[in-house]
Design a protein around this ligand. Structure first.
Ligand code: ZN
Ligand code: ZN
Length: 422
């Protein structure tokens, strides 16, 4: 399978050959993992599969680190210690890509709800890439020295995995790395390219669960009730005024109500309603302002409706933004350009997503977090010309253009590791 990229020189040709040698096995792993996605914290088969593959490449693999996490170490003399991370988890999304290897998996989530499962964030591609990278590095020990530490992190989507691995001794039972690296596939870049964002890469994320209390009763006798669905509806709309009216224009503030749960039957007014929110910001002061405004609005809407008690506001997940070390980005950019070609390395703006990779950086480890293009280059060009957006990560239609993306992912990771461990 040839890489359909333009502007390739001899350096890229040589790199491409190494990737070709490990590619079929990496692609097999991709399809296999894609068809067998597992939810956050339940990645037992996924972790076992990846652990087995890395062991076969002579990595020293430890399983069950922070739950289902794995740590795979390859020592190659004295030198820098570098950590490369992939996530293991998938999402409760029903796959609608129509791909021949689309997921048909359903399972029960932690709350006991029956849910579909899909690798809608592309973590399957990250795992396949880390395996390909692991193989290239194991086969070319004359090109680097030091300690390579690959980790498979559970529960990224619920923001608990990095914390759990650290609490289980990731940086004490294993060598604390000098650098931490991770990449993420995205549809906002064409497959075949990577994106670098020095400094702030993404956003702070806060997850809130809000339970609004009312008074239940007959759907035909609203006067005997306090309808929590109406309170929820008003609350949702007022929450949208935080970004539109309260936060200074130009500052990033996103308040999304991702689910509303209430009621069982059309003629029954329930006694409570639940909202699930995600909040994204990129400044501490704005984050505090938005969270305070949510509390004020949620309580005030309940009070305005005469609710029997104030809503319960649970702040159940929280991650800080990922800061990609600017000096590291500057050092790694030429290495990526040499491996992929100058035209295939772009400078990108921060994105409004989030990620618990920030926990590793908070341990004082300089981090390099970069973007991997996932979009079919032709569809990408069409979408750009027409001002349309391709399906984003987490969409039931998210389908990276696997061959160019996976080739590039492996080549990019290898280039980054070799530069850091030369
Ligand atoms: Zn995701
Ligand atoms: Zn992701």
């Amino acid at each position: 399978m040839a890489l359909l990229l333009t502007g390739f020189g001899p350096a890229q040709e040589a790199g491409s050959k190494e990737v070709e040698a490990v590619y079929p096995e990496a692609r097999d792993l991709y399809v296999n993992i894609h068809q067998n996605p597992e939810l956050s914290g339940h990645e037992t088969q996924t972790a076992a599969r990846l652990a087995e593959r890395l062991r076969s490449l002579t990595y020293e693999v430890t399983e069950h680190v922070g739950g289902t996490g794995i740590v795979a170490i390859l020592k190659n003399g004295a030198g820098p210690k570098v950590m490369l991370r992939t996530e293991l988890d998938a999402l409760p999304v029903e796959e609608k890509t129509g791909l021949p290897y689309a997921s048909k998996v359903h399972t029960k989530d932690d709350a006991g709800h029956e849910v579909p499962v899909m690798h809608a964030c592309g973590h399957d591609l990250h795992m396949a890439a880390i395996f390909g990278t692991a193989a290239v590095m194991a086969h070319s020990k004359d090109t680097w020295h030091g300690t390579l530490m690959l980790i498979g992190q559970p529960a990224e989507e619920t923001a608990g995995g990095a914390k759990a691995m650290l609490a289980d001794g990731l940086f004490t039972r294993f060598p604390k790395p000098d650098f931490a690296v991770a990449m993420h596939v995205e549809n906002i870049l064409a497959a075949g390219t990577v994106g670098i964002t020095p400094g702030v890469y993404n956003t702070n994320a806060d997850s809130l669960r809000i339970t609004i209390y009312g008074k239940g009763g007959h759907g035909a006798m609203p006067q005997t009730t306090i309808d929590p669905i109406v309170i929820a509806a008003r609350t949702i709309l007022t929450l949208q005024t935080i970004a539109a009216r309260e936060v200074k224009p130009g500052e990033l503030a996103i308040v999304t109500v991702g689910y509303v749960r209430a009621g069982t039957k059309n003629n029954v007014i329930p006694d409570q309603a639940e909202l699930g929110l995600t909040v994204r910001t990129n400044k501490t002061q704005v984050r505090q302002q938005v969270l305070a405004a949510i509390t004020r609005i949620v309580n005030a809407e309940a009070e305005a409706a005469g609710a029997p008690k104030l809503p319960l506001i649970e702040h159940y997940e929280s991650t800080d933004l990922v800061y990609s070390d600017p000096a590291l980005a500057e050092r790694l950019k030429p290495a990526l350009e040499a491996a992929l070609g100058r035209d295939h390395v772009a400078m990108e703006d921060p994105i409004p997503a989030s990620e618990d990779f920030s926990y590793y950086i908070q341990q004082g480890v300089p981090g390099f977090y970069f973007s991997l293009g996932g979009a079919d280059p032709e569809k990408f060009a069409q979408a750009k010309a027409s001002g349309m957006n391709l399906p984003s990560n987490h969409s039931p239609l998210f389908a990276p253009d696997v061959d160019p993306a996976l080739h590039t992912g492996i080549a990019a990771e290898v280039a980054v590791l070799r530069e850091l461990m030369k």
